[in-house]
Design a protein around this ligand. Structure first.
Ligand code: ADP
Ligand code: MG
Length: 274
């Protein structure tokens, strides 16, 4: 397989959309696996109490497992919660356990409650001999403190958009929220990438929605579309990305291509030194 250009410094991307079921977790897991398959060192942080990304990456996330909850609530060093995924190459995951469901409330009374993931991640990355090329944070479908922690820890936002009638609804609210975070908590944050998912080329509607999104966000939308595919939805039940589960399926090939696009485009330019 092709080897992709490596970023100069770690690209930390949060996968976000306030809607549930639009393909956030599927995108986090499969873009991460696709990059790892093509030679990158990749970390996925599962920040959704449902733990779907942990399941799909085949890592342990039973209640007593060291997890992202312990990192953000109990100050566990992030490295102590990292597990290697049985996927291709250098792919790692910080799992989410059931405890994370209480974190939204527990965080409220903690010092620096919006910065906890960022501090833990920065500290961990400073001590690494071999840096990660990419870190992906899989968010829950809400704008609570967990998602805010993800926005503060990241430099880039990747928004998956499902090609359906209501796709653009809620998007302006999401963009407003990101703007607020940028203004008050993380000046380096930008929406670098939009990925159209669950695309069905046979429907006019899907084509129309895809075109609408491209018209609104010409710079951010990837050329590659992710087709709706049964193989993509089956893979998590085997604890695998679709890249491992069925490398030559349409879903796998499209995620490999989307990952290559992300790598070739590179990080957005910002003035910051971080
Ligand atoms: P979110 O994390 O935004 O809630 P998921 O990634 O869990 O969304 O996806 C929601 C559902 O859609 C899951 O059952 C998933 O397997 C399925 N799905 C996601 N992408 C595709 C696709 N390209 N083709 C078919 N099913 C998909
Ligand atoms: Mg999800």
């Amino acid at each position: 397989s092709e080897r992709l250009p490596k970023p100069e410094k770690t690209r930390v991307m949060t996968i976000s959309n306030q809607k549930g079921g639009v393909g956030k977790t599927t995108t986090a897991v499969n873009i991460a696996a696709a990059l790892a398959r093509q030679g990158a060192r990749v970390l996925v942080i599962d920040l959704d109490p449902q733990g779907n990304a942990s399941t799909a990456l085949g890592v342990d996330h039973r209640a007593d497992t060291a997890s992202v909850y312990d990192v953000i609530v109990n100050d566990l060093p992030l490295g102590d919660a990292v597990q290697k995924s049985p996927e291709f190459g250098a792919l790692y995951c910080v799992p989410a356990t059931i405890h994370l469901a209480g974190a939204e409330i527990e965080l409220v009374s903690l010092v620096a409650r919006e910065q906890r993931l960022r501090r833990a991640l920065d500290l961990y990355m400073q001590g690494l001999e071999e840096p990660f090329d990419y870190v992906f944070i899989d968010c829950p479908p809400s704008l609570g403190l967990l998602t805010i922690n993800a926005f503060v820890a990241a430099r880039e936002v990747l928004i998956p958009i499902q090609c359906e009638y209501y796709a653009l609804e809620g998007l302006s609210q999401l963009l407003k929220n990101i703007e607020l975070i940028e203004k008050h908590l993380n000046p380096d944050l930008s929406v670098s990438t939009i990925l159209l998912t669950m695309y069905d080329s046979r429907t006019n509607l899907a084509n129309q929605v895809a075109q609408d999104v491209r018209d609104h966000f010409p710079k951010q939308v990837l050329k590659t579309l992710i087709p709706r595919s049964v193989r993509v939805s089956e893979a998590p039940s085997y604890g695998q990305s679709v890249i491992s589960y069925d490398l030559n399926s349409a879903g796998s090939l499209s995620y490999l291509e989307a990952a290559a696009e992300i790598a070739h485009r590179g990080a957005p330019q910002t003035g910051s030194q971080r």
